[in-house]
Design a protein. Structure first.
Ligand code: DUC
Ligand code: ZN
Ligand code: ZN
Ligand code: ZN
Length: 467
């Protein structure tokens, strides 16, 4: 017999509507919705009833940008697929899309196989992969077609990190041309890495070695320039473009202009750019290292442009770029040389809550919260209609969210495998109370009831965001 669960009495919020409804789950999928006090809903019998009175019933979060167990900066990001996806579940995120990496000079397949091996049997929630192209050549272009065919439908390129992940404009154009033919989505790390490296060298030579100089050399104008160039290259190639981790207001302006012109150009930002700033990078001693990521945190003034971009659809998605490194032993690799601080911030557990706080603070409506955190990433990355919404036929990835719970973010209480919180002491209104992943309760009233290996690999269709 298929197990039946009913979630009763909550306010069901999707990107499209808000309605008091009961939700019937059969096995791993949503079977039906019906008005909470209707005869139809009252007639449902179930093995398990979850009382959501006074709570929101929302789709599980979709985090389209994570780096679990990523070798980077002479070390590896500190969350494994096991710890990172468990932390995701605690925070109400039930699908992640992580970045498999092409080893330089090797085949995409080799990188993809390595990522499958890391994740298989380890995940608490469902997962999928993008592919990072670190060395575009003829063989790689052919492999892109194969990967699209098997559900890896997006490819990240770097205009930054010369000598590591960097692609030149010719390589970028070729990959975009290929994507325009096979339906792949090009994701761009848009920063002019060649110019940044000159400024890094000059800063270090002048003795400017503290973490705050990381923010000073990675200039907003060099993000805007790269964003502009990526947009023009995508136009020439006839491919859509998704710009990751947008932080500079000048880059938002480039995206807004392109979208106003009707181009298939999309943008993502991350909680750290909405809630943190260069003030954090300038914290005394070496504390600023905790906030070193790329693109970098910006002066506070940029935040208003990001919120506006999220409201006006210049930006479509908020992902975390979760790439945690412990302060002790990892961030510390860059004492005396900011360029050696491993780049990345933790946040996979905090995204849904920080964005709910943005609803409380008046930056976003509740439906826009669900759009940018669940529905848009699901459509963008070919996970809809299974993920990102609450509708009959969709996976039963559901969060019973308490909009009144009070919590204080802290490394003492979080579940990410990292020794600090980027939001230490921040007070949040709202918390995921109970979380279902394909019908299984993985968080039950703030107790973890999931398991490593419950999460499945999800092959993706191509981007569903295009008209
Ligand atoms: N930026 C980060 O901060 N970390 C991982 C990779 C990236 O581009
Ligand atoms: Zn990046
Ligand atoms: Zn421009
Ligand atoms: Zn990233």
């Amino acid at each position: 017999m298929t197990r039946r669960t009913v979630i009763r009495g909550g306010l069901v919020i999707t990107a499209a509507e808000e309605t008091y409804a009961d939700v019937l789950v059969e096995g791993g999928t949503i079977a039906a919705l019906a008005a909470s006090d209707s005869d139809c809903a009252r007639a449902w019998t179930a093995d398990r009833t979850i009382d959501a009175t006074g709570k929101y019933v929302i789709p599980g979060g979709v985090d389209g940008h994570t780096h679990l167990d990523l070798p980077f900066g002479g070390t590896s990001s500190s969350d494994t697929f096991e710890t990172g996806t468990r932390a995701a579940a605690w925070g109400g995120t039930t699908t992640i899309v992580d970045f498999a990496v092409q080893p330089r000079g090797r085949a995409l397949r080799e990188g993809l196989d390595a990522w499958h091996a890391k994740a298989e049997g380890q995940c608490a929630v469902d997962y999928a992969f993008h592919m990072i192209l670190s060395d575009v050549n003829e063989g790689v272009l052919k492999e892109m077609d194969l990967l699209v065919g098997e559900g890896v439908t997006s490819f990240k390129l770097f205009m930054a990190y010369p000598g590591v992940f960097y692609s030149d404009d010719g390589q970028i154009l070729r990959a975009m041309q290929r994507a325009s033919g096979n339906g792949g989505l090009i994701m761009m790390h848009a920063e002019n890495g060649i110019a940044i490296d000159v400024l890094v060298e000059q800063a270090l030579a002048a003795g400017r070695t503290d973490p705050r100089h990381h923010g000073e050399v990675r200039k907003a104008l060099l993000e805007a320039e790269a964003t502009h160039r990526a947009i023009q290259l995508a136009r020439v190639a006839g491919s859509p473009l998704y710009v990751v981790h947008v932080s500079a207001q000048e880059a938002v302006a480039e995206l807004a202009q392109a979208r106003t012109a009707g181009l298939p150009v999309f943008g993502e930002t991350c909680p750290q750019y909405l809630f943190l700033s260069t003030d954090n990078l300038a914290e005394p001693g070496f504390e600023g290292a905790k906030y070193v990521c790329s693109t970098p945190l910006r002066p506070r003034e940029h935040q208003a442009a990001l919120w506006r971009g999220l409201r006006t659809d210049a930006l479509q998605v908020v992902s975390t770029d979760h790439c945690p490194f412990c302060f002790a032993g990892q961030k510390e690799l860059g004492r005396g040389d900011f360029s050696k601080i491993p780049n990345g911030l933790p946040g996979i557990e905090n995204r849904m809550d920080l964005l709910h706080q943005a609803v409380v603070d008046g930056h976003l409506t509740r439906r826009r919260w669900i759009e940018i955190a669940c529905a848009a990433p699901a459509r963008m990355f070919g996970l809809a209609p299974r993920k990102g919404t609450i509708a009959p036929g969709a996976d039963a990835d559901i969060v019973v969210y308490d909009p009144q719970a009070r919590q204080t973010l802290s490394a003492r209480t979080h579940h990410m495998n990292v020794d600090y919180s980027a939001y230490e002491g921040k007070e949040i209104t709202g918390q995921a109370e109970t979380v279902l992943s394909r019908g299984d309760v993985v968080i039950d009233r703030r107790t973890f009831t999931g398991r490593a290996g419950h999460g499945r690999y999800i092959p993706r269709t191509t981007c569903q965001y295009l008209p």
